[in-house]
Design a protein around this ligand. Structure first.
Ligand code: DNO
Length: 346
């Protein structure tokens, strides 16, 4: 496995020189942030990211994310042009040596939490999701105060977007996703890139919006549509593991050949749709992290891994989930899990 770390570019308070000091670190996971979604990324911006990483002894081979424009998800009239732009991005990234592109197909919101700063009993802070808090909000009536999202849309933008989604079913979303895969997977193959869809986070419908990448059935269906090696999954253990219905270890086992990228983190489920993100260690949450890693190693996994959301510890202030300290502890733990699994398997 190749250990990587997410880096949000020059504005990230976590620097490349911090990242390179984490034992076993081989590369960064990043993206071009100065181009609006749907547009083609300038070659210079891609080259700059690569150069910055390499100057710090780190590879830049994983992009998270090339965002899928909302019009593509809605199957709007500009879909054709937007898909062409998406494919052009893949070709440019492939030329720059990128091997994996992570993306998602979630309507309106990417990951969603009710609390970005839930205080744990040890004094650390985590991201958390409480169903009743989320259910009490109605974004169609402007009753939204979702941490991380309420400032992302201006004026009535969110209300209008939500209204456009009202008549879109899961079936429609699958149809639009199929069109996306049919356009993008051949371009990815040509570019030498493996696409890795990020599961919906949380893996259930919210605010009546359809969600389709929620578990093993979804991955099987996606693979049936395009059984290419370039059509893969980001195994995000925390997203999938938020639902007790998902057996993440079994998914690692079944889909290993199509998992080029893994987000390793733990969650503690406290209700059917309630959870708190925890430290990476198995005993801190509901997931058996070692079993998941062993399933990957046993099946010949050789892709990229990154520690995922960390808690805020030791007084660190920063981007929720993406501070340095707890993710670095997570990385050290991930190294240990892989070393043990590899030695046990050989
Ligand atoms: C959250 C991340 C997601 C992920 C996207 C991929 O922390 O895991 O935002 O980057 O869903 O497109």
């Amino acid at each position: 496995m190749k250990l990587t770390f997410r880096w949000y570019g020059e504005n990230d308070p976590v620097t490349l020189s911090d990242i390179r000091q984490i034992p076993g670190m081989t590369g960064v996971v990043s993206a071009v942030y100065d181009t609006p979604p749907g547009e083609v990324w300038p070659r210079e911006s891609i080259a700059r990211l690569k150069q910055q990483a390499e100057q710090n002894g780190l590879a830049f081979e994983v992009v998270e994310s090339v965002p899928v424009h909302e019009e593509i998800k809605l199957g709007g009239s500009q879909t054709g042009q937007l898909l062409d732009n998406y494919c052009e991005n893949l070709l440019r990234l492939g030329e720059a040596g990128v091997k994996v592109v992570c993306y998602n197909f979630m309507p309106v919101f990417d990951w969603l939490r009710s609390d970005l700063s839930h205080q744990n009993s040890d004094g650390s802070f985590s991201l958390a999701y409480e169903d009743k808090t989320v259910l009490a909000m109605n974004p169609l009536e402007g009753g939204l105060s979702l941490p991380g999202w309420d400032e992302s849309y201006r004026g009535d933008e969110l209300k209008e977007l939500m209204a456009r989604w009202q008549d879109t079913t899961e079936q429609d979303l699958w149809r639009n996703f199929e069109r996306f895969l049919q356009a993008v997977i051949p371009a990815a193959e040509q570019a030498g890139i493996r696409m890795a869809i990020h599961p919906d986070d949380p893996p259930w419908g919210i605010f009546g919006l359809p969600r389709i990448i929620t578990g093993a059935q979804s991955v099987r269906k996606m693979r049936e549509i395009m059984p290419s090696h370039a059509n893969g999954l980001t195994l995000c253990t925390g997203s999938l593991g938020a639902s007790g219905e998902n057996d993440v270890t079994a998914m690692a086992e079944e889909f290993c050949d199509y998992i080029p990228f893994v987000h390793l983190r733990n969650v503690r489920r406290s209700g059917e749709k309630d959870f708190t993100e925890t430290a990476h260690l198995s005993e801190c949450g509901s997931l058996d992290m070692y079993a998941i890693v062993k399933a990957l190693v046993k099946n010949g996994f050789d892709g990229y891994v990154r520690p995922d959301h960390g808690r805020m510890i030791w007084g660190e202030k920063g981007r929720p989930g993406y501070g340095l300290f707890d993710r670095a502890l997570g990385a050290a733990y991930v190294n240990g899990l892989f070393e043990a699994a590899q030695k046990e398997t050989n």
